[in-house]
Design a binder for this molecule. Structure first.
Ligand SMILES: Nc1ccn([C@@H]2O[C@H](COP(=O)(O)OP(=O)(O)OP(=O)(O)O)[C@@H](O)[C@H]2O)c(=O)n1
Ligand SMILES: C[C@](O)(CO)[C@H](O)COP(=O)(O)O
Length: 256
C-alpha cells in the first residue's frame, strides 16, 4: 500500500499515510474522572485501542497522538508499555483547547513525505480496520476528502435552540432523513487539502465540528463511504457500557 502512487497528481509521488489521533479532550460528557482517552476499556486505555485500530491498517506507517496538554509524558509511557506493531512509527505532541487546535498540532508534526492524512478521534476506539482501509483507498484513488458515515435511525428536527436548558424549542424544519448521514472517523484527506483547510477556514461560533466540514468550506468535494456501527464515539456513560460489550463479544469470538 505504501508503494502506491496518487492518481490525482500530475507527477505521481509515493503515497505515505499517517493517522493523527486527537486525544486531548477532557471528556466532560462522560462525567468526572481521568481525561477520556486515558480511561480504560477492557482494562486497556481507550487511546491504545484507537492507536491499535489505526496501526492495524498496513497503509498507516505513522501514528501521531495528540495528548492532553499536560499529559504527553504519560501518553509516551503508555505507548511504550503496550504492544504495538513494529512497522508503525509513533509520535506524541501536546494538544490544544479545542479539537481543531489539537488536530492542527498533529498536522504540524507530520514529516514532509506524508501525502495522506487520517484524522481519527481517540473517542472512537473500536473502528474496524476495513473501515480505515476503505477511507485510505478512497483518498489514494484521488478523492481530496473522505468521511465514513452511516444512515440515521432517528428522524432529525432542526430547532430554534432555547436560551434555557430544558425549555421547549420550536421546530424549524424536518430534513429528509434518507439524505442524512451520521459522520464518523477516521476522516481521510490529501495532506495539502487538509493543511489548506486548517490554514484558511475561519471558524465562528461553535466552529467546525469535523475536519471534512472545513474542506467543504473551501468548496472542495467531500465524499462519504460506508461507516461501521462499531466506530461509534464514546461520549456519554452509556457508550462505555456498549463499548465494553462490543469488546467482550470480540474477545469471545477471538477465543480469548
Ligand atoms: N481540546 C480537545 C478536545 C477534543 N479532542 C479530541 O477530539 C475527539 C472528539 O472529541 P470529544 O468526543 O468531544 O471529546 P471530548 O472533548 O473529550 O468530550 P467532551 O466534549 O465531552 O469534553 C476526542 O478524541 C478528544 O480527545 C482533542 O484532542 N482536543
Ligand atoms: C469528528 C466527529 O467525530 C464526527 O462525528 C464529531 O463531530 C466530533 O464531535 P465532538 O463533539 O468533538 O465529539
Amino acid at each position: 500500500m505504501s508503494d502506491e502512487t496518487q492518481s490525482s497528481s500530475n507527477s505521481p509521488k509515493p503515497a505515505r499515510t499517517a493517522a493523527v489521533i486527537p486525544a486531548a479532550g477532557r471528556g466532560v460528557r462522560l462525567g468526572p474522572g481521568a481525561p477520556k482517552a486515558l480511561r480504560t476499556l477492557g482494562g486497556t486505555p481507550m487511546l491504545i485501542h484507537a492507536v491499535r485500530a489505526m496501526a492495524a491498517s498496513r497503509a498507516v506507517s505513522l501514528v501521531v497522538v495528540v495528548a492532553p496538554a499536560d499529559g504527553a509524558a504519560e501518553v509516551k509511557s503508555l505507548l511504550a508499555d503496550h504492544s504495538l506493531p513494529d512497522r508503525t512509527d509513533f509520535l506524541v505532541v501536546p494538544g490544544g483547547e479545542t479539537r481543531q487546535e489539537s488536530v492542527r498540532a498533529g498536522i504540524d508534526a507530520l514529516p514532509p513525505d506524508i501525502t495522506t492524512v487520517l484524522v481519527h478521534d481517540a473517542a472512537r476506539p473500536l473502528v474496524p480496520v476495513d473501515t480505515v482501509d476503505t477511507v485510505v483507498e478512497t483518498v489514494t484513488a484521488g478523492a481530496p476528502a473522505v468521511v465514513p458515515a452511516l444512515p440515521l435511525a432517528d428522524t432529525v428536527k432542526e430547532v430554534e435552540p432555547a436560551a434555557e436548558r430544558g425549555a421547549p424549542e420550536p421546530v424549524v424544519a424536518t430534513p429528509v432523513r434518507a439524505r442524512l448521514r451520521a459522520v464518523q472517523t477516521p476522516q481521510g484527506f490529501d495532506r495539502d487539502v487538509l493543511v489548506r483547510a486548517h490554514d484558511s477556514v475561519e471558524l465562528n461560533g461553535e466552529g467546525a465540528t469535523d475536519d471534512a466540514g472545513m474542506v467543504e468550506q473551501l468548496g472542495l468535494p467531500v465524499v462519504v463511504v460506508p461507516g461501521h456501527e462499531e466506530a461509534f464515539k464514546v461520549t456519554r456513560p452509556l457508550d462505555l457500557v456498549l463499548a465494553e460489550a462490543v469488546l467482550a463479544r470480540r474477545r469471545a469470538n477471538d477465543g480469548f
